[in-house]
Design a protein around this ligand. Sequence first.
Ligand code: KIV
Length: 273
Amino acid sequence: MSQYLTENISKITTNTLQRMRDQGERIAVLTAYDYSIAALLDMAKIDVILVGDSAANVMAGYKTTLPITLDEMIYHASSVVRAVKRALVVVDMPFGTYQGNSKIALNSAIRIMKESGADAIKLEGGAEVVESVDRILSAGIPVMGHLGLTPQSINKFGTYAVRATTDDEAQVLLENAKLLDQHGCFALVLEKIPAALAKTVTESIHIPTIGIGAGGATSGQVLVFHDMAGVTQQFSPRFLRRYMNLSEEIVGAVEHYIDDVKSANFPNESEQY
Ligand code: KIV
C-alpha cells in the first residue's frame, strides 16, 4: 500500500500558511476543478488547491470567467473536496455573487462552505469588497483576497495586461492590500503586477502573498494546473512555466488508440473474457 494511504495526514489550515510565511517556507498553490486531478495534486503534497473560477475558461470554454455560476462552482468544489485529505481547499466566489451587497456575499459564501465542504473562499477586489469581507469573516469563513489583474473586472479594463504599473495605481494596490490584511483576510493573491511592487506588498503586510506573474518575492506561487501541465496550448504568458506537455501526450495516446481500434489490434486475447 502506498505511503500516502497509510501515513497520518495532517490537514493544512490557514494557520499553517501563516506559519509557513512567518518561517520563510514558500507556499505552493495549483488550481483543480475535479476529483481525479485534485487527488493527484494532494498526493504530490500541494499546499493549497484553488478551485478557481478559471474553471469557466478551462472546463467550460468561456472566453472570460464571468459566466460561471455559483451552482457550477459548488459542483467543481465538492468534487475537489471529496478527493483531498491534506491540502487547504479554497473556492473562488464567482462574478455577481458578492459585489455590491454584503448580505448576498455572505449567503453565497455560506452556500459554498455548506454544500462543497471547502475550507475557505476567495474574492477579487480591495476597498469596494471590504464590507463583504467583514460579513463573510463574521460567519467564521476564511477569506483570501485577490488584487492586481482581477479577471472578473476584464470588461472595465479591456485587457489582461500587467496591472499597477503607474505610481498612483501601485499606491492604491498597496493600500488595498493593507486594508485586506487589517480586515482579516488569511492570504492575498497578487496577479500580474510588477515584481518590485509585489515585494513591497509582501514586506508591508502580515499575511502570506501568493503570486501569479508577480515575481519571486511573494510568500508563494499559484498557477492554473492545466497551463503548467501543458493541457492548454494557446495561453503562453511570460510568467507561465510549463512542467510537461500533456496535450501532446494525450493526442499521441488517442491517435495510438484509434490506430489500434481501426487495425483490430485492440483488444487482444488477454484483454477479453
Ligand atoms: O481562477 C483562478 O484560477 C485564479 C488564479 C489564477 C489565481 O484566480
